[in-house]
Design a protein around this ligand. Structure first.
Ligand code: LIP
Length: 263
């Protein structure tokens, strides 16, 4: 049996330590280590260094836990707990010096698959602002001591965030969905870090967020924030968030937004 409250302090401590490293490396100057799916899909040396710090600290504190991270090989869990980690979410923002990126750390039980996992702990930390969003399953979503709640839009319409993948061939479909989202949106935001977009939905700073092409580490922690703030997560025909689509909003808006996105 996993006791989420025991996992939260560890996740918070590691997120702060990882965030401090990311911020320090940013101030020293960022170098691109490699490109991945396309030339625009970059990984910095800091991405790799921060993920290694998180991985080492988790292994020291909880040997046998699994690991699923953006920049290193997956490790199967022997304890039932798997950590799903994006060391620097919003990598392009980070490389350009835009202070909108996050360390995203989630602990899940069961298979590390969003279709079936039980998210136990989620932490999303923006080292540039110091904001640290966190949630435990059944324990609510928080920003510091402030309890978070999703928002239903007012008469002017919904403030909706989205994002675009790195493959130019997918842009036309993405833009078609944005056009349809304007049927219920007052405006669109594209800030460049999925975990923070999800945290902002949980905090009521956004009414909704949708994006195609996300990986588990992009949405694992932020998705728990949304659920614990009274929101709904999904996007795929199987009801889970994932590569096909990730959608987050308050329940009523979720249904309306899903209808226009999938039309
Ligand atoms: C990013 C996401 C963002 C998406 C980018 C990229 P990364 O994750 O946070 O929402 O639009 O294409 O996937 O690569 O910075 O960890």
């Amino acid at each position: 049996m996993v006791d989420a409250p025991d996992l939260l302090p560890l996740a918070l401590e590691i997120a702060r330590e990882a965030g401090a490293l990311a911020r320090r490396r940013r101030s020293e100057g960022v170098s691109i280590a490699a490109t991945k799916s396309t030339i625009a899909d970059i990984v910095t040396e800091a991405d790799r260094e921060v993920e290694q710090l998180v991985r080492d600290r988790l292994a020291a504190a909880r040997p046998g836990d699994g690991f699923l991270g953006e920049e290193s090989d997956a490790a199967r869990s022997e304890t039932g707990v798997t950590w799903v980690v994006d060391p620097i979410d919003g990598t392009v923002n980070y490389a350009y010096g835009i202070p909108h990126y996050a360390v995203s750390i989630a602990a899940v039980t069961g298979e590390p698959d969003a279709r079936s996992w039980r998210a136990e702990v989620g932490v999303v930390h923006n080292p540039a602002t110091g904001e640290l969003f966190h949630a435990t399953r059944g324990g609510g979503a928080w920003l510091g001591e402030q309890r978070l709640a999703v928002s239903e839009p007012g008469p002017a319409g919904a403030l909706v965030a989205t994002g675009f993948g790195y493959d130019p061939a997918t842009r036309a479909g993405d833009l078609d969905r944005v056009t349809r989202a304007f049927e219920l949106a007052r405006d669109i935001r594209r800030a460049g870090a999925a975990s923070l977009d999800l945290a902002f939905v949980a905090a009521g700073r956004l009414d909704a967020y949708f994006e195609r092409g996300l990986y588990p580490w992009d949405h694992a922690a932020g998705g728990l924030l949304v659920l614990e703030a009274g929101g709904r997560m999904g996007g795929q025909p199987d009801g889970a968030p994932g590569r096909t689509m990730t959608l987050a909003a308050a329940p009523e808006l979720f249904e309306r937004l899903a209808a226009v996105i999938y039309r």
